[in-house]
Design a protein around this ligand. Structure first.
Ligand SMILES: *[C@@H]1O[C@H](CO)[C@@H](O)[C@H](O)[C@H]1NC(C)=O
Ligand SMILES: *[C@@H]1O[C@H](CO)[C@@H](O)[C@H](O)[C@H]1NC(C)=O
Ligand SMILES: *[C@@H]1O[C@H](CO)[C@@H](O)[C@H](O)[C@H]1NC(C)=O
Ligand SMILES: *[C@@H]1O[C@H](CO)[C@@H](O)[C@H](O)[C@H]1NC(C)=O
Length: 475
């Protein structure tokens, strides 16, 4: 059995076992039919891609994932898929060039419910790769993940979602966001990079691959059919995402931009990016190997696990930014739910709180457009004492009435005169956030109140919907 696994591409194994299942299911159903009645009309065919034409709400069952990896990369990066993948309700494959060397990995991938199955990509040696300054020809294989994922022939598909093995998805938010769009129409949903130069060069109309993107099943089915003939015209391009983009462009379709996808072409501390998340559900993060751990004093993967502790309690609220003002002490408090609370010791107008603080470093130094981003940024104050105090998520819990409490603990700040010295913990109370169709189409930020407290070391805040004419400012 071991040698069989070693020599057989896993896709083939899965094919064999799934067709065996289909045959026995067929026999079983036939027997059932003969022994009961034959009024039932069964549709157990599963051989060609099918569109779900129901108008029922979109659920995770309607999504198929295609993840690009390689035999070398997967053992190191599967920990990132583990953060969000669940075999119980997710379908798709991780595409590798060759199976990982360690047999354990193969076995774990078959047994472990928190990892997607592996598929071995088809041979691409008859495609040319002519990008000159030395790109990687694996771009062709990775681009073809789109086609090969469609050709897994899953039924009842509404959306195909693609990403890299270091893309971290937030599945519930993906489902919510995609449910805005009618999957029977042709949609290409994704985002360009934070890095201005990269977006300028590769295209503001291209969904960057690392941030992940989604194709409606109706578009993906057509794209899969024409893909190989199309990508031959693009052998001169660098990456896989540019190939996919080019072929979708040839079909006459443009990008539907969703700001919740994050390519994270940034280095160092991405606090500023996360703390000022747009008013839209968080869909993905990328490049966890390159950026710092998002919580202090934790490893990269532990810090992401910590973020998922909050996402698992209220996925749609994760990183949503709510700002309140404490008039008595002239404080501005910005909550990036499930991640951090910032306490400014002055009145900061809302548009200024919402700018992205440049806590990170640029992707490439010494280029003309280095340090220019595709969003508004603000520089960190050179004096640490003039920067906000940051309280990072400690824990989240939900009670039986659905009230969600999250606690944030003060982190170290290199400042000798700290006016909020005694304040150690900020406690935030909310209801579960549900981006209903109104909130998805035309989102409005929520409001918050600092609750009266007689403890100097604890501040309590309640988040609620804003009143009809309410303005968010220091009253
Ligand atoms: C999917 O269907 C196509 C066309 O019927 C077929 O050629 C292909 O082998 C099928 N793939 C799988 C994985 O069943
Ligand atoms: C970081 O964690 C270590 C070990 O848990 C602990 O000893 C140390 O005090 C922590 N440092 C900070 C700044 O929290
Ligand atoms: C949650 O965090 C708060 C503040 O950091 C702490 O006081 C409390 O004990 C924690 N609760 C649990 C259950 O760990
Ligand atoms: C704190 O700030 C001072 C002055 O800006 C600097 O010399 C010192 O190295 C800093 N210490 C830490 C731990 O960052």
């Amino acid at each position: 059995m071991k040698s069989l696994i070693k020599n057989q591409p896993l896709t083939k194994l899965f094919l064999i076992s799934s067709s065996l299942c289909a045959i026995s299911l067929f026999l079983f159903l036939t027997i059932l039919l003969f022994t009961t009645s034959n009024i039932l009309i069964l549709n157990i065919g599963n051989s060609s891609p099918q569109l779900s034409t129901e108008s029922s709400p979109t659920t995770i069952d309607h999504l198929i994932f295609g993840i690009a990896s390689s035999g070398i990369s997967w053992p190191k990066r599967k920990k990132y898929s583990k953060l969000w993948w669940n075999n119980k309700n997710m379908k798709g494959c991780v595409f590798v060039d060759t199976l990982p060397v360690e047999e354990n990995d193969i076995k774990i991938n078959i047994d472990d419910v928190s990892l997607p199955p592996l598929c071995v990509s088809e041979d691409t040696s008859n495609f040319h790769y002519t990008y000159k300054p030395g790109g990687l020809r694996s771009a062709i294989r990775v681009a073809r993940v789109v086609k090969e994922t469609v050709e897994l022939n899953h039924s009842n598909v509404r959306w195909y979602v693609f990403g890299d093995d270091d893309t971290i998805f937030f599945p519930e938010n993906l489902v919510k966001t995609l449910s805005k769009y009618d999957h029977r129409n042709w949609y290409y949903v994704g985002a360009y990079s934070e890095n201005y130069e990269a977006s300028h060069v590769f295209g503001f109309g291209m969904a960057f691959g690392g941030s992940g993107f989604a194709l409606s099943a109706s578009l993906a089915n057509v794209l899969a059919k024409v893909f190989d003939s199309c990508i031959r015209r693009y052998s001169h391009l660098y990456g896989s995402d540019a190939r996919v983009f080019s072929c979708i462009t040839e079909l006459g379709v443009g990008l539907t931009y969703e700001p919740g996808f994050h390519q994270v072409d940034l280095r160092g501390n991405i606090f500023g990016l996360l703390a000022a998340h747009p008013l839209s559900p968080l869909l993905s993060l990328h490049h966890p190997d390159i950026t710092d751990a998002i919580f202090p004093n934790m490893t990269n993967s532990n810090s992401l696990q910590h973020l998922f502790e909050a996402a698992n309690v209220d996925s749609q609220r994760i990183l949503q930014q709510t700002v309140c003002y404490e008039r008595r002490f002239s404080q501005t408090i910005s909550i990036s739910w499930g991640y951090a609370v910032q306490l400014f010791q002055n009145n900061v107008l809302l548009p200024d709180v919402l700018r992205v603080q440049e806590t990170f470093k640029t992707w490439k130094e010494n280029t003309v457009m280095a340090g220019i981003y595709t969003f508004s940024t603000t520089k960190l104050h050179h004096d640490p004492c003039k920067r906000p105090n940051i309280f990072y998520l400690d824990n989240v819990s939900s009670d039986k009435d659905g009230i969600i409490t999250s606690n944030y603990k003060k982190s170290f700040r290199n400042c000798s005169y700290d006016t909020s010295k005694n304040l150690e913990v900020i406690k935030v109370v909310t209801n579960k956030l549900d981006f209903d169709s109104k909130q998805l189409q035309a989102p409005r930020r929520q409001c918050c109140d600092v609750l009266p407290s007689n403890s100097g070391h604890l501040m309590e805040i309640a988040i609620r919907e804003c009143k009809y004419e309410e303005l968010i400012y220091m009253h």
